[in-house]
Ligand binder design. Structure first.
Ligand SMILES: Nc1ncnc2c1ncn2[C@@H]1O[C@H](COP(=O)(O)OP(=O)(O)O)[C@@H](O)[C@H]1O
Ligand SMILES: [Mg+2]
Length: 236
């Protein structure tokens, strides 16, 4: 994010022979087999059975985990060539995250949670407060700004987490089962909030178990035993 709060929304996310092998007791688990792919702008759904490697892929895309081979390229940046601090700054500027559990900071209000990434990015107080308010309004929570996470319903907390993920208008939005703990109506609302940036040209990567959610995405990657395959869409 630069001083005007604008990020380069055209950053391309690509992976080249990306793989991850975890040590496991005496042996090893191949969680992700070498995978090469360019993520298109819009929404890519990542589907597949439990334990197939979906979260491993997302954690590598995020730079939370280190690949056994290959690279994650975001625009001109090789994510894993950065040091820890560089990667953290890069994430702050270009990434948004949503997880199955909202991961809100318990001692901060809804508004403060949404402001938090902007504070870390050095955005001045008035500007960050205004933007956080605007985002909470966008997710329909303008009346919950002063609530603490424990005072919010599951769906409300997840919408606060979305507002926090979207507040810096990131080029890349990564979501791991964000609707997994929600009823279908609330899950649908959260999905709409993720589709909006996808339609605005951001790159959204969404892990989901729900075929109805996956059907709304522009592209699908199917993961099975660590192998990722592009699924072609039959247009009807
Ligand atoms: N940190 C880790 N250490 C060892 N094995 C792991 C680790 N993370 C994931 N795995 C293994 O890698 C495989 C893929 O896991 P994961 O990516 O979490 O699957 P999914 O998200 O599709 O359910 C599983 O067999 C899992 O046990
Ligand atoms: Mg997972």
């Amino acid at each position: 994010m630069n001083g005007t709060g604008m990020t380069d929304i055209n950053l391309n996310l690509a992976v080249d022979t990306l793989s991850r092998v975890y040590p496991s007791g005496e042996g090893q688990v191949t969680a992700l087999r070498p995978f090469t792919h360019t993520f298109q702008h819009g929404m890519t759904a990542v589907v597949g059975p439990s334990g197939s490697g979906k979260s491993t892929l997302l954690n590598l895309l995020a730079g939370f985990d280190t690949p056994t081979s290959g690279r994650v390229q975001v625009g001109d940046t090789d994510l894993h060539a950065l040091d820890e601090t560089g990667r953290a700054d890069f994430r702050l500027a270009h990434y948004g995250f949503v997880f199955q559990n909202h991961n809100l900071v318990a001692i901060l209000s809804a508004l403060e949670n949404v402001e938090f990434p902007l504070m870390l990015a050095g955005v001045p107080p008035k500007e960050r407060r205004d933007r956080a308010r605007a985002l909470l309004a966008q997710v329909g929570l303008e009346r919950r700004t002063g609530h603490m996470p424990a005072q919010l319903s599951g769906g409300e907390a997840q919408r606060v987490a979305l507002a926090r993920a979207l507040v810096s208008d990131p080029a890349v939005l990564l979501a791991d089962e964000p609707t997994g703990n929600l009823d279908s109506k609330t899950g649908g609302e959260v999905l709409e909030l993720l589709l909006a940036p996808a339609r605005a040209g951001r790159t959204v990567v969404l892990i989901t178990h729900d075929p109805e959610v996956a059907a709304r995405a522009d592209f699908t990657l199917r993961v099975k035993d660590g192998e990722v395959k592009e699924e072609s869409r039959v247009l009807v």
